[in-house]
Design a protein around this ligand. Sequence first.
Ligand code: HEM
Length: 414
Amino acid sequence: MPSATRRHRQRLADMTGLQNLATTTTTTDPQGAYRDLQERWGVVAPVELEPGIHAWLVMGHHEICQVVRNEQLFSRDPNNWRLFSEGVVAADSGLGPMMFPRDNAYFADGEKHRRLRGPIDDGLESLDEHRMARFIRATCVDLLREFESQGKADLVADYAAVVPMLTVAGFFGIGREQGHELRAALIALFSSAEDSQPAAHQLERILSGVMTARRNAPTDDLTTAFLRHANLRNDFEIQQSIVLMISAGYETTTTWIAQTLRLMLTDSRFAGRMRGGRLGIDDALDEVLWRDPPMSNMPARYALVDCELGGAHVQRGDAIILGLSSANNDPRVHTDDAWLEVGNRSHLAWSAGPHACPAQRPGRMITRIAVDTALHRLHDVTLAIPADDVMLLPSPWTRCPASLPVRFTPPLPS
Ligand code: HEM
């Protein structure tokens, strides 16, 4: 056994208490938290997801690429997670929504993954960008109109958390009202056991409705594309693929919009560079992907064999978390010089390998239009609380502001 591995095993045996993964997301200094972990363990550190549930947090850019590009060694399927299959993780664990298996591309490997991923890639490819942009802008303007006259709003609850659901649902031909219903159903489905049964029925009713409608009258939306795709074998697979797209796009895009708006409202250097025209909106969005990517830590891969990873001795069945935010700070890919970094897109905000986010273009388009439209329409917008009082939603995965209360000058009545 190499000496580094032996040392690591010894340290693991010596440890008294592991750090909870959420200490890297709930702090004001995530990079400091990753640094502390690396000083103690190296680029692959053992962490606790919840009491008694251990996983490895991979923090190096190179090591994450090694994991996500090698599905022979590292599976996406949680059925390969020892603590899950042995029933150590409670059925009502808060890890469930992100880590328990469901029958879709996200949780599949190899051939099954490619079969289920095909319709997603083909469907997104078929969307007309100009129409998509018009639709996203109209959705944003309608939402802003709902509160513009009040001169105040919470830009997370009233806007950033609503735009992604309504727009992605819209790509499937699901209208505004049903988009709101769908959002409520998905939140209930993923949050508490009591609400999950009625929520699942509600979801099923909305999706069956739109599928029947498109069967009778096909159009050029994603529901029609999925219905026609030879890779999807039955209605169940079509529904699961729709739910995957809508849920995968929700928290990520909400966080990206909210983080960008937060920086615009609280970081004068960032806002000044953008307002002064020295930073285009796409460069600003990239800066957020580098500094605070929507998924700070991404679950998960499961080791299929005992192996060494970045000096850590990983055992078959261990869970591996992708520390995307930490990897973005890896000096091997990123410098501290903002000007050198313009145009550098080697960050891992979208991950890499076969499961890399398929929706990078629409995700960026939704975020760009949402931020741009809000900043143009809300005159003299300022944060209504001190910058330091902006709280984050508690999560080991993301660093989404819980709310962004703002004030602005309402438009003159027309
Ligand atoms: C805009 C911000 C977004 C970010 C930062 C983001 C990021 C990610 C990341 C990190 C992954 C995981 C890759 C892995 O496990 O290795 C992922 C997967 C995925 N994302 Fe996104 N995403 C975003 C928006 C969206 C949107 C808008 C959609 C849908 C329209 C979407 C659909 C998906 C799907 C379906 C997967 C699973 C792909 C697979 O397993 O093959 N994402 N995304």
